[in-house]
Unconditional design. Structure first.
Length: 223
């Protein structure tokens, strides 16, 4: 398999999608509902009080569109332009392990990589949305179970994961797929390895925090 058959984005594709990629990364980093700045309530399991977990089966149309927007932007290999604002409503408050997983996912999705400055192409940007077969010929013949960070976020918000181990499995599936398709030495593969070193170290820290308090299950999701 040659580098031409990998997920490297062409210069034309880069120019067309640069502005869109800027917007989605900006939403992770700057929008008002950034959950990473909010303390994680790892002990909340009650469903009767006003601070309990939200019933994720009752997302509004606007919330669903906001979630899906994260998965509908093609990555760019060029420097990003100043982002345009996005008119989205904050999703309903979520507590418990799902909140922790969303916070971790946000950190990983906005991870730039070592030695990169703000505005540079982030190492995690390749994995924000499903791979476009135009950019990666034969991808879906090689990869039978595709996965990406945007899909994982939607699954978290809509309570598709019953346990945090299912979330972790999907995160690792992103890595497995990348290593399977992209040959050693390719830019995408190198970024993937760096991103998932960061993810795995942060995941271990999260588990250590969880184990100090409670065993986590999917009880905060009520479908």
């Amino acid at each position: 398999m040659t580098n031409r058959q990998t997920t490297a984005v062409t210069e034309t594709d880069k120019s067309l999608v640069e502005g869109q990629s800027s917007s989605i990364l900006s939403r992770f980093e700057e929008e008002s509902w950034d959950i990473s700045d909010t303390p994680i309530d790892v002990l909340s399991t009650s469903t009767s009080s006003s601070n309990s977990a939200t019933d994720c089966s009752e997302l509004t149309e606007k919330e669903i569109r906001a979630l899906e927007a994260f998965g509908n932007v093609r990555t760019s290999g060029r420097k990003r332009k100043p982002p345009s604002s996005l008119d989205v409503s904050p999703p309903r408050q979520i507590s418990g392990w799902i909140r922790s997983a969303l916070s971790l996912l946000q950190k990983v999705a906005t991870y730039r990589g070592q030695g990169r400055r703000k505005g540079d192409f982030g190492a995690a940007t390749w994995f924000l949305k499903p791979v476009d077969p135009v950019d990666a010929p034969g991808y879906y013949k090689v990869i039978k179970t595709p996965m990406d960070f945007g899909t994982i976020r939607v699954k978290l918000e809509s309570c598709k994961y019953l346990e945090y181990t299912e979330f972790h499995s999907d995160m690792l599936l992103v890595k497995t797929n990348c290593l399977k398709y992209n040959p050693p030495g390719h830019d995408v593969r190198q970024d993937c390895e760096e991103v998932f070193r960061f993810y795995e170290s942060e995941y271990v820290k999260m588990l250590e925090r969880w184990e100090k308090h409670v065993h986590f299950s999917g009880e905060n999701c009520q479908l």
